[in-house]
Design a protein around this ligand. Structure first.
Ligand code: UTP
Length: 424
């Protein structure tokens, strides 16, 4: 009893000291206003603040408010292979190579499911969303169907790694548990959490989240490489002998996570990575397109591309910059390791982010109120000399769910999904 009392007293003393240290850091960083808010758990708060790299955060905020533009680079079109133009023999050739890789247990799939899904506004991880199928399958189940199909064809359980965030990790795992892993092999499904960064309000100040702790957000899909390294995913893959890894988003219900032709092309062309593209529907479409920037593979965003470049046509009358990046990419395991040694740059997004006010009420802003910092997966492409760009058909592989209504919504995705499966 006496010893417990002493330990408790010691612990309290340490906590008081740590809290004083935290207060000093916050004061030095001109962030002491956060102490006026209803912090729910002092211990957690202290540990969160001590983790923050204020130097990096301050730089990101300065860059965000200055709205610094990217430097001028030399942009050129990137060569690509069009699936539709491949002969049957060629397709068969690549397919065989890819199938061998799958059968040899050298292939893995990663689904990026750490996003906030703020535009969709679904209450829960995006993958748990029921987008309107009669059988009420969730997005996760629809994705898993693809792996089950592959199992039937190749008699191989392709390992499936799911990247979550601190905010949705528990709900995601519980959903898989509750649904009995959709009948897939539980031993071959792995979850790992991505990194996060504090969000800053318009004045560059820290905020509290609804739990009364520091408000943070996932650090973007480009955080995947560092997270794979940190969470020992890459190590786990290497132990299994994985050579090729497909990395794709959670929110495309027509995603082809197992495409032996694509795997075969990457392997046959001795590439370290590949990316699927679909042809840009019209010059002003708000999509990023693959290109070469200063001689390296890259993606030029719709906000960066000039009107002239977006409308440029070749002598066949086709758009020159037409290879839309759909976030379905393939990486060799060695390059994943190399990329993860370098932190990708952060980009800033001005978003609506809920927070706790001084009275302890949750505020849901109507307008963007805070800056979120995210790394983009395609910033990794510039570390490569070449990439295999594989143009596939939009109606066969692209049905995104981004918005609650209108373009790229559950309604449009459902229609595309049904059309695809009724024509199969
Ligand atoms: P989006 O860029 O569309 O973002 O993600 P989002 O967070 O899902 O949705 P909004 O912008 O808040 O409405 C594209 C893919 O990248 C994943 C998403 O889960 C989605 O599969 N992603 C995005 C992450 O895994 N982590 C992130 O930090 C961001």
């Amino acid at each position: 009893m006496y010893i417990i009392g002493i330990l408790k007293w010691k612990w309290e003393e340490i906590m008081i000291e740590k809290f004083e240290q935290t207060k000093k850091i916050l004061k030095d960083q001109k962030q002491e206003q956060i102490l006026e808010y209803p912090i729910r758990n002092k211990e957690e708060f202290v540990s969160e603040v001590l983790k923050i790299n204020f130097e990096e955060l301050n730089k990101l905020y300065d860059k965000a408010i200055k709205n610094e533009k990217v430097k001028n680079s030399k942009i050129e079109p990137i060569p690509y292979i069009e699936k539709d133009k491949l002969s049957e023999e060629r397709k068969e050739y690549y397919k065989k190579i890819g199938e061998n890789i799958i059968r040899n247990n050298e292939y893995a799939v990663v689904t990026m499911a750490g996003g906030q899904g703020s535009r969709l506004g679904h209450d829960g991880p995006k993958g748990t969303f029921d987008f309107g199928l009669e059988n009420h399958k969730s997005i996760f189940e629809v994705l898993c169907d693809r792996l089950k199909e592959a199992y039937k064809k190749y008699n191989v359980y392709i390992p499936w790694y799911i990247m979550t965030s601190r905010q949705n990790n528990e709900d995601t795992i519980n959903f898989f548990e509750k649904n009995n892993y959709f009948g897939y092999s539980k031993e071959n499904i792995y979850f790992f959490k991505q990194g996060e960064l504090p969000v800053l309000n318009d004045q560059g100040k820290l905020m509290l989240n609804k739990e009364g702790n520091i408000n943070t957000a996932a650090d973007g899909h480009g955080g995947i490489f560092v997270s794979m390294e940190k969470e020992k995913v890459t190590e786990n893959m290497k132990q299994k002998g994985i050579k090729w890894v497909f990395i794709g988003p959670v929110d495309n219900v027509l995603i082809k996570m197992v495409d032996p032709i694509f795997i075969g092309i990457c392997q046959d062309k001795n590439m370290l990575a590949g990316g699927k593209s679909i042809i840009k529907a019209y010059p002003e479409e708000r999509v990023g397109v693959f290109c070469k920037k200063d001689g390296k593979p890259d993606v030029i965003e719709y906000t960066e591309i000039s009107k002239e470049m977006a409308e440029m046509k070749n002598d066949k009358g086709e758009l020159v910059y037409a290879e839309s990046h759909i976030n379905c990419n393939m990486f060799n395991i060695d390059i994943i390791e190399k990329i993860s040694k370098n932190k990708l740059p952060y980009h800033c997004a001005h978003k609506k982010i809920e927070y706790l006010n001084k009275e302890g009420q949750v505020v849901k802003p109507e307008e963007p109120n805070a800056y979120k910092f995210e790394a983009f997966i395609f910033d990794a492409f510039k570390m490569l000399d070449e990439m295999a760009i594989f143009r596939v058909k939009r109606e066969e592989e692209f049905a995104p769910i981004k918005n609650a209504e209108g373009k790229d919504s559950p309604k449009t995705a459902l229609e595309l999904y049904k059309n695809f499966y009724s024509n199969r």
